[in-house]
Design a protein around this ligand. Structure first.
Ligand SMILES: [Fe+2]
Ligand SMILES: [Fe+2]
Length: 247
């Protein structure tokens, strides 16, 4: 079962909370934009498809989706893409040009694909989604989106918060976020992250809608930005909490 919450001006958070093997909660958020051309931003893993689709159906008919947007190629971002596209006849998969080159060609994927580069815009009607290429935060093909209408950043795995979080987080969880990044090891190095943090700050966003945890409003964003600037987040020898010991 996914929980659906209206966030701002036609943007909905479809949240599935799962229990990890260590008995902690972890959230997978997909974002639905209800507009003239409806869009779903990331899909969740293959196994979450029914719940996410039912969440979409609480707001609009999933067969009316026109865009399924992936921000990098990874199971939680893209696992449901085939089925969402199959269920929506006029939909297109949109991602970074790098995702299209690296991951959507040379495999057996045969659906409709658009690969985008920095600054290109998808016009949904009211909402305009601008692509930010953000390589190595955390994959080679990573990108983020900026909705110019609501001044919302969709940063996928940046601004992560583990645990069962409310739809909008107002607490300063910046240090917890950085601790968690060092534990799971998803960024190779601090610098690409800090460069992107500068770019996000320059956009002066009203909202940040991360994939894991709650959305952040204007008053909360600076706490997380400060932590990302001041605390290390790069790989320190751990993957998902496991020490990698060369033998
Ligand atoms: Fe990811
Ligand atoms: Fe993710």
């Amino acid at each position: 079962m996914a929980r659906v919450d209206a966030l701002v001006d036609g943007i909905y958070r479809i949240c599935t909370t799962v229990q990890l093997p260590d008995n902690t909660d972890f959230q997978f958020n997909q974002f639905l934009i209800d507009d003239e051309r409806p869009a779903l931003i990331h899909t969740g893993m293959y196994g979450l498809y029914e719940g996410v689709r039912d969440g979409v159906a609480e707001v609009l008919d999933p067969s009316k989706l026109e865009y399924v947007i992936l921000l990098h190629f990874e199971a939680d971002e893209t696992g449901g893409m085939d089925r969402f596209l199959e269920g929506a006849q006029h939909s297109t998969l949109a991602g970074s040009a790098m995702s299209a080159i690296l991951n959507l060609s040379g495999w057996n994927y045969s659906g409709r694909v658009e690969g985008h580069t920095e600054g290109e815009v998808i016009d949904l009607g009211k909402h305009k989604l601008r692509f930010l290429e953000t390589p190595h935060v955390h994959h080679w093909d990573s990108m983020m989106l900026f909705d110019e209408t609501t001044k919302s950043v969709f940063p996928s795995d940046l601004f992560i918060q583990p645990g069962d979080q409310p739809p909008v987080v107002t607490e300063d969880l910046g240090s917890m976020m950085c601790d968690y990044y060092r534990e799971i090891g998803i960024f190779a190095h601090d610098q690409p992250v800090r460069d992107v943090v500068d770019r996000i700050e320059a956009l002066d966003p009203d909202w940040i809608h991360g994939m894991h945890g709650g959305s952040l409003g204007r008053e909360t964003i600076p706490h997380f930005i400060r932590a990302l600037r001041e605390e290390p987040v790069g790989y320190q020898g751990k993957l998902l909490g496991r020490e990698v010991v060369p033998r």
